[in-house]
Design a protein around this ligand. Structure first.
Ligand SMILES: Cc1ncc(COP(=O)(O)O)c(C=O)c1O
Length: 356
């Protein structure tokens, strides 16, 4: 058995599928975009119609694809640290008068941010764009005080697009660009190759999947803009029975927490699964992450680490984020995996803990 790797392309959902995610998102206007960064950029472009100050307050621990739309929109960037324990943002209230937008987010399904700080920002006229990429399926994952919620479902399921942009009050004023054909084709080619790997077809390999994935991804980094989703992805998101995904991921996470031995060499970032949290991954800290990931890979469990440092601030000013960048890695506990697969993953974690 092996665990980890890309999703295969999702199947069409029947037209009468229960869905319900659109209702969960709420807001007065919602758009499906080609990727999460297209969605964030779309929200920023809408905000820029009234925001002339253009100073953003971003998490120091985030993905370069989150910072990129703010840079592209010409915003000045300030950063806040996060605590390694539960990834709680360390907001600085004194900076509120200097900023015009707060980039808010939860991590891996868990949202531990200070809600009073959000209210203070709103009272001071600071806009809030919440990145819901990690928290969209959690009960507390969509911040009602935010002006916009934006993010990506591409890490949750196998879809070519997956960007979502929500304006909580009023309508978006700008039109979206049509989806970029070459990007969508690259994503589809990647899924086709993944399907071939899953079916163990001759000549198909994980390396082949990675090569297509990265070519498509690096191209997106250069050309992202306010692109709309392809129709298949938008339809799938609307119809997707997300409550099944919610239950399965919670069940898998709870099981691994209850079974795997954790200790100083392997430490869960979120050791408790709060009610209503839908985890995107099981994230861990290890003092030697590289060795831990190699050991797990040798035992058939592929992990990933989110994210390489984006390079837009000096990490010496953000000791919490610096620790997280150096030690965090994540394992899949998603809807593809049965109890048997999770027992296999726990076995690998047991071996890792014993060797640590
Ligand atoms: C937290 C977060 N927000 C936004 C994005 C951007 O999403 P996409 O890759 O669909 O553009 C990512 C991508 O990794 C992410 O991790």
């Amino acid at each position: 058995m092996t665990i980890g790797g890309m999703f295969c392309l999702e199947k069409h959902q029947p037209p009468n599928a229960s869905g319900g995610l659109v209702d969960k998102l709420g807001g007065e206007d919602r758009r499906f975009c080609m990727s999460g960064r297209c969605a964030i950029y779309y929200c920023l472009r809408d905000l820029m119609e009234r925001d002339t100050k253009r100073v953003a307050y971003l998490p120091a621990y985030t993905c370069e694809t989150v910072v990129a739309p703010y840079k592209k929109a010409g915003y000045t960037l300030l950063f806040y640290d996060v605590s390694p324990k539960n990834l709680v943002p360390r907001f600085n209230r004194e900076l509120i008068p200097r900023i015009s937008v707060l980039a808010l987010c939860g991590y891996y399904g868990f949202s531990f941010y200070d809600r009073e700080f959000i209210a203070l920002c709103v009272d001071a006229g600071v806009a809030v764009i919440q990145d819901i990429t990690h928290s969209v399926f959690s009960v507390d994952g969509i911040e009602p005080l935010a002006d916009y919620n934006a993010g990506s479902l591409r890490k949750w399921m196998g879809i070519p697009s997956g960007g979502i942009a929500v304006k909580r009050k009023g309508k978006f004023s700008l039109p979206l660009l049509p989806p970029e054909e070459a990007h969508i084709q690259g994503r589809l080619d990647c899924f086709t190759e993944q399907e071939r790997v899953t079916n163990r077809e001759p000549g198909a390999s994980e390396e082949g999947v990675d090569a297509i994935f990265w070519e498509t991804e690096l191209r997106l980094r250069r050309m992202f803009d306010v692109y709309e989703s392809d129709p298949f992805s938008a339809e799938l998101i609307s119809r997707y029975p997300w409550e099944d995904l919610f239950r399965k991921r919670r069940d898998n996470y709870r099981y691994v927490l209850s079974q795997a031995p954790f200790g100083s060499g392997v430490v869960p970032v979120f050791p408790e699964l709060g009610e209503g949290v839908c985890p995107s991954h099981l994230s861990l800290y290890s003092p030697d992450r590289d060795a831990a990931q190699k050991k797990l890979e040798s035992l058939g469990v592929k992990s990933t680490f989110y994210w390489p440092f984006h390079g837009e601030c000096s990490l010496s000013d953000f000791p919490g984020a610096s620790y997280v960048y150096d030690h965090i890695y994540s394992l899949p506990v998603d809807q593809r995996y049965s109890r048997e697969a999770m027992a296999f993953l726990c076995g690998a974690l047991r071996e890792l803990a014993n060797s640590a």
